[in-house]
Design a protein around this ligand. Sequence first.
Ligand code: HPA
Length: 299
Amino acid sequence: MPNVSGRKRSNTATAATLSALQQAQEAADAVRTRTPLVPRAGLILGTGLGDLAEQISDATIIPYADIPHFPTPTVAGHAGRLVLGQLSGVAVAALQGRFHLYEGYTPEQVVLPTRTLRQLGADILIVTNAAGGLAPGQHAGDLLLISDHIGLPMMAGLNPLRGPNDEQLGPRFPAMTGAYDADLRASARQAAQAEGFALREGVYVMVSGPNYESPAELRFLRTIGADAVGMSTVPEVLAAVHMGMRVLAVSCITNVALPAEGEELPEPNHAEVVATAERAGAQLAALVRGVLAALPATL
Ligand code: HPA
């Protein structure tokens, strides 16, 4: 049947027959027709945290709709564009808006943008997200440096690395022992200190969402060792580590999900999550800029 409705339709038709790597290559090829910039670092900007992209200079802005195979974000607080340019003297490509399992995307679709960043040349991935606080002593607006994760949906099979392994992407059985790069974390701690704010470190647990957790689920997540809970990040980190990228990930604690015993459980809502992330965005932006500025010294 002739394809009269343009590129998007033909992508949908061919996507099933292309490997994940081929899709990422086609996406990267399309980006390269817009800019010759080779990013050193890829950035994924989470819910309400997209403002950092506004600080990128000499920016080339590409709507996801113009990138083959990229889905369209359906969530408020996610713009849906790729911004390439300079940030703190480093060539970066920032994904302003990400995809989630709860939107109905497959794990493979969720990580296509991450794989595209790697195809463009990035070997560092900086991921941000909004998360609910589980550890005591956290406050809305705090930043949490992720030191490790528990990917509940991935452990149960919703894993972007599931299926035939493409050795050109990475190994069949990638280790996650050092997924969150120690040097980048040290650099983040230094940047926070220089900016004068506290930066705790902890374990992020991913749930699929979209519902917020029940009280019993929150107690369970805390019991298994999580300090913060969210609905993203782990798929992208798995894909990035699979491809040999160094990862830094930071949560913005947008709500205290599990308060101290005896206190009433607050009811989270998306508007509050977005508003708190936007308020904390300036600190997060300073942190990322600080890490980028220190890159030549830490590599
Ligand atoms: N739970 C899950 N995801 C979230 C939360 C939460 O409380 N806050 C922001 N993202």
